[in-house]
Design a binder for this molecule. Structure first.
Ligand code: NAD
Length: 462
């Protein structure tokens, strides 16, 4: 695959400061498809300087002009959508149809939404005798994961550019090729030099250098809770803004009045999509005692159908991690009704779509984020029991509630400690704020709430 051997800094591809490289592997066949440079603190420093240099002019650029550049960026993503989808498939392993529909479709929608918001947002408001100006926070250090390689980038870069911030991006080491394509798109869209910069590299080297850099005003991170905690501590010590989008262990609560077959089938599809590598996936299905056996049978049947359609997980380490969780589920007494720890193919980092029944709330597989195609089905006695189980993890990112009437589902959803709830299969909304309660994170992405993360206020009194 095509790869740049440098960093995109100040509007051009520059040689990396060091000589180390990262091998990019196709998880479907374990072949090395490209190499990208492993950035050092020197590369990060050069990128942050470029971003600082570009900040005053970009912050002063009228919102309509910033909107025009984001529209142009969206248009380049549309024009190059096939190439991007193929690249995502090559480095993440997702089936091509999923790459086209979700991995490219969602970020195009999000970029479009920020083009509109940049043009229409009220960057000034009157409060009594004050005028409040909403000004860009400054230089953003964006650190992104591999699970939705382009979406995670666009969900940070588009609102940052709309707000008038400049950006240094450190993408995940598993999916740097999509990030390089994004940098090309930014360039083609005519975004001024230095407004967006890309440094590929390892998390503990380039990522850590970016999170701790004095010239960064806001660190926006998506990834594991362990690294998020560390980044939050670094940002706190430097009194700089931080946004953290961390893990989840979302509940799919099926109330007795719901259409059981629909709720179970959509629930299984939600978990198996992207091979379970979705932080908001509904990995715990909660079913009433009276419907439990029927739900388990439906889920096992639905999961079996995914056997051939599912892609691999991203790398050997994740495959091993997920398989260890499945073994732990068995060891703790949960009942396997689909899949299991054995790799379904000799080549590629595949994991069988797996469903556990008889999972109890305190089991490891009901508490920890697995990040693989593994569903746990739990039993509840009544609504208060369901609520206690649903809220009984350290996470609170997303969830779902199903009931005969939406009002019944809404009443339950209002009691969930979580940032998003899909009612009776409600669709993804690129304008709805996305982010976590509890240890699922700090801050929100997407829509106007996502934009406000990149703004700070200045009040003038008259
Ligand atoms: P990670 O947190 O290690 O990596 C995410 C990003 O942070 C990558 O760009 C990485 O290079 C960078 N990073 C790593 N260490 C860093 C450090 N010390 N300082 C600064 N940046 C650093 O996540 P991972 O290893 O790719 O995945 C592990 C687990 O994280 C998964 O199993 C899953 O539970 C979780 N995860 C969550 C999401 C999400 O969307 N919430 C996404 C991916 C992974």
């Amino acid at each position: 695959m095509k790869a740049h051997d440098g960093m995109y800094i100040d509007g051009e591809w520059r040689p990396a400061a060091g000589t180390d490289a990262i091998a990019v592997v196709n998880p479907a066949d374990e072949q090395v498809i490209a190499h990208v440079p492993a950035g050092t603190a020197d590369d990060v420093d050069a990128a942050v300087r470029a971003a600082r240099g570009a900040l005053p002019a970009w912050a002063a650029t009228p919102p309509a002009e910033r909107a025009a550049r984001i529209t142009a960026l969206r248009d380049v993503l549309v024009a190059r959508k096939d190439e991007i989808a193929e690249t995502v498939t090559a480095e993440l392993g997702s089936p091509l149809k999923l790459s086209q529909a979700v991995h490219v479709g969602a970020p195009i929608a999000v970029a479009g939404s920020y083009a509109e918001l940049a043009a229409s947002y009220a960057f000034e408001e009157k409060v009594g005798n004050s005028t409040v100006h909403l000004e860009p926070v400054g230089v953003v250090g964006a650190i992104t994961p591999w699970n939705y390689p382009l979406h995670q980038i666009v969900a940070k870069v588009a609102p940052a550019l709309a707000a008038g911030c400049t950006v240094v991006l450190k993408p995940a080491e598993d999916t740097p090729l999509t990030a390089q394509l994004f940098a090309e798109a930014v360039h083609e869209a005519g975004v001024p030099a230095g407004v967006f910069n890309l440094v590929t590299g390892l998390g503990p080297v380039a990522g850590q250098a970016l999170a701790g850099h004095d010239g960064v005003d806001l660190v926006s991170f998506t990834g594991s809770t362990a690294v998020g905690r560390q980044i939050g501590a670094t940002a706190g010590a430097a009194v700089k803004r931080v946004a953290l989008e961390l893990g989840g262990k979302s509940a799919n609560v099926i109330l007795p009045s719901a259409d059981l077959a629909k709720a179970v089938n959509v629930g299984v599809a939600n978990v198996m999509s992207n091979s379970g590598q979705t932080c908001s996936a509904w990995t715990r299905m909660l079913v009433h005692d009276s419907q439990y056996d029927e739900a388990v049978a439906l889920a096992a049947e639905a999961a079996a159908k995914y056997g051939e359609r599912i892609g691999p997980v991203v790398n050997a380490k994740q495959q091993q991690r997920v398989r260890s969780y499945i073994e732990k589920g068995v060891a703790e007494g949960a009942r396997l009704v689909a899949g299991g720890p054995e790799a379904p193919r000799d080549q590629g980092y595949f994991v069988s779509p797996t469903v556990f029944a008889d999972v109890t709330p305190e089991m490891t597989i009901a508490q920890e984020e697995i990040f693989g195609p593994v569903l746990s089905i739990l039993r509840y006695e009544d609504e208060s029991d369901a609520l206690r189980i649903a809220n009984g993890t350290v996470y609170g990112l997303a969830g779902a509630v199903w009931a005969g009437e939406a009002t019944e589902a809404v009443a339950f959803a209002r009691r969930l400690d979580t940032g998003q709830v899909d009612i009776n299969g409600g669709r993804f909304n690129p304008l709805a704020p996305f982010g976590g309660y509890k240890q699922s994170g700090v801050g929100r992405e997407l829509g106007s709430h996502g934009l406000s993360e990149y703004l700070q206020t200045k009040s003038l009194q008259f």
